[in-house]
Design a protein around this ligand. Structure first.
Ligand SMILES: NC(=O)c1ccc[n+]([C@@H]2O[C@H](COP(=O)([O-])OP(=O)(O)OC[C@H]3O[C@@H](n4cnc5c(N)ncnc54)[C@H](O)[C@@H]3O)[C@@H](O)[C@H]2O)c1
Length: 374
């Protein structure tokens, strides 16, 4: 602290450190991972579990804590975008407050997809101004993306993640076997994020998807090329996030896919999942990049061909250029007045632009609709 005649200047720098640990048989009572943070003896845990996942694993979860003699309160919560709400947040806070936990030694545990880990992480980040939490992703979206960073939050009045915080988890536990029961649409939803990562940051990942993507999808990523793709995606994600964990820099490669279709999934008419909205953006952005000479025509064709092969191409007939433009304007405010639009500059490389015109967005939509009909 420095003092002067005019007042005081306070300065305190706090970092973030957490481990993302791969594990198997997470609910085997002899597996210590879930209790590896905080106190074990005579302790309590507040556990928030995705409702559908809970239906499949409630017995195993309950047995795990009983066998380890931990006093547990399990709250089963419905997922899906409409449940990532202020109301759900308040209701979880209420439940937590009726099951008091020690502030440092009894971490909250979130088990579910991105909706559950974003929501529970926000509860953990704000209850008593912050208690530790552990994340256990059970969807592909959660596994490669939502659980590994530090962003948490809920939607407000149709605006995605409008209320939230940077809340580093105490630990992230990855058990790939949970993906086995995920419905195909949600596997594909996660694949859209992997596809995004490949196009903007990793040619080798793109090539692996070309060679093995459809088989990995069929096997729900339970076999060897699937493991490689999952590990590589997390590595790429962390390469980007770790350098800019608190988003001091607003031009972010990982914002690829989040410019033109922001909030599509909170719009009741669209029925879009998060990854599906991201994919629409990836395709529009890639078409726009091609028209600017950043991508070769053959590269754009290759991107569209892979999206078809992975079976992730969304219905594009109803692309709405004015809505995409509105989304860009909204994102420009979010990015503090500059567009900072990430575009692929060749497959696997990124550049940022600040001068996208409304006409360009419209032309890209028309071209993309034509391309996707070929
Ligand atoms: N914090 C971040 O950095 C970040 C990054 C990416 C996405 N997100 C957020 O993640 C959310 C989307 O997450 P999501 O796609 O995981 O959706 P989700 O959490 O709604 O889960 C999708 C569906 O899968 C079901 N489910 C979950 N695990 C299952 C399993 N193992 N077996 C069977 N069914 C299962 C759920 O009940 C739900 O119906 C969005 O709100 C998005 O904004 C956050």
């Amino acid at each position: 602290m420095t003092a002067s005649a005019r007042g005081w200047r306070v300065s305190y720098h706090r970092g973030a450190e957490y481990e993302i640990r791969k594990c198997a048989e997470l609910f085997n009572p002899s597996n210590e991972s879930l209790l590896s943070v905080g106190r074990r003896r005579r302790s309590r845990r507040f556990v928030v579990v995705d409702e559908n996942f809970h239906r499949l694993h409630s017995g195993a979860i309950r047995r795990y804590f009983a066998d380890n003699e931990v006093d547990v309160r399990i709250v089963s919560v419905p997922a899906g975008e409409p449940n990532k709400s202020v109301e759900a947040y308040v209701s979880l806070l209420d439940a937590l407050d009726q099951f008091p936990i020690d502030r440092r030694d009894e971490p909250i545990i979130a088990i579910g997809g991105g909706v559950i880990t974003d929501l529970t992480g926000f509860v953990a980040g704000t209850y008593r101004r912050g208690v530790p939490h552990i994340r256990v992703p059970t969807t592909l979206m959660g596994y490669v993306d939502a659980s590994v960073g530090i962003k948490t939050g809920v939607n407000l009045r149709g605006h995605k993640n409008r209320v939230g915080a940077f809340t580093p988890p105490a630990r992230v536990l990855l058990d790939r076997s949970f993906l086995a029961t995920l419905p195909r649409r949600h596997i594909l939803n996660g694949v859209c994020e992997v596809f995004k990562l490949a196009v903007i940051s990793d040619l080798a990942l793109f090539e692996k998807l070309e060679a093995h993507g459809p088989d990995c999808i069929a096997a729900h990523f339970q076999d060897e090329p699937g493991l490689w793709i999952l590990d590589r995606s997390i590595q790429r994600m962390l390469d980007e996030l770790q350098l800019n964990l608190f988003e001091d820099e607003l031009a972010r490669k990982m914002d690829f896919g989040h410019t033109f279709s922001y909030g599509l999934e909170t719009c009741a008419d669209s029925q879009c999942l998060h990854g599906e909205a991201v994919l629409i953006d990836v395709l529009v952005s890639s078409t726009l990049a091609q028209s600017r000479g950043l991508l070769k025509r053959s590269e754009l064709d290759r991107i569209v061909r892979l999206a078809f092969a992975l079976d992730i191409i969304p219905p594009l007939h109803s692309l709405d250029p004015p809505a995409l433009w509105e989304s860009l304007l909204e994102r420009t405010r979010h990015r503090n007045g500059w567009q900072r639009v990430p575009l692929p500059h060749g497959i696997g490389k990124c550049t940022f632009v600040n001068d996208v015109q409304q006409d360009e967005v419209r032309t890209s939509c028309v071209e993309l609709m034509a391309l996707s009909r070929v």
